[in-house]
Design a protein around this ligand. Sequence first.
Ligand SMILES: [Zn+2]
Length: 315
Amino acid sequence: MRSARALLALLLGLLCASEAAIPAAATGAPARIEARFDASAFTLGASGINTWITRSAAIVAAYYGRFPTPVLRLKIVAAPGEGVRTGHAYPGNGPGIEITLGRGTTAEALEHDWVLVHELIHLALPELAERHNWLAEGLATYVEGMARVAAGNMTAEELWQEYAESMPKGEPTAGDSGLDRTPTWARTYWGGALFSLNADVEIRAATGNRLGLKDALRAILAASGGMRVEWPIERVLEVGDAATGTTVLKARYALERERPVTTDLAALWSRLGMRVEAGSVTLDPLAPGAPLRLALTAADGAPPPPVELITAGAP
Ligand SMILES: [Zn+2]
């Protein structure tokens, strides 16, 4: 995860166990989230936490067309203060997520939380060798924003503003090598996100704006089952490319794995119909690149199948 953003406190807590339905894909058995936390430890109570889990799961399920794993064990641990403090996704057959949540966190503060969305996205990609961590973190960083805009949890203006500010962090700096050889925070998270954005744009350009990175990621999830297995990166990229009928992922990886590659971000923003002046972003709806930009964050028509949420108190 990235470093947590601070949030604020308000509501009164409840202690109970409950079930709720999450709108989630099209085929297969219903997925299940088994959430474990001590509701009395949080001022927002069980209902506030359930709403947060349900909303985050729905955002991710909508992006992938299904919830990324049949069963998820989600543990929420209380910490002093407010806001989502840490998050971590664990691989394996029956993957888990552990989140550390401030005791005083409010429901309002969780409405636009990105941390749980980010961790849920990790479930959709097979485990990779350590040197490819940039792909796992980069995709989680990139898809988080795309999925939240598609779900109406964030505006496109907010997303592109954040990208205009943060994508430059992903550019190689002096002494950096390729993505497989530069395990710094900036290159891992934002270098990986920049790889993802470039790939998404290239897939859309190569397919006449019919397909995007989302189609590749859905195919990778369908073929692998996500984080429950470990795959070589070459297999991940091959399955993704086959789904879009392109060689974008393999070619970009070949380009960037060993060498530092700089993206002309000014040209990329212009290609997407965006003006970035003095750090401020303006989206031009009439620019030639606007249809491609809008396709990146567009929602699918079909809602994903439901996901069951089961909550229980801490052991
Ligand atoms: Zn992460």
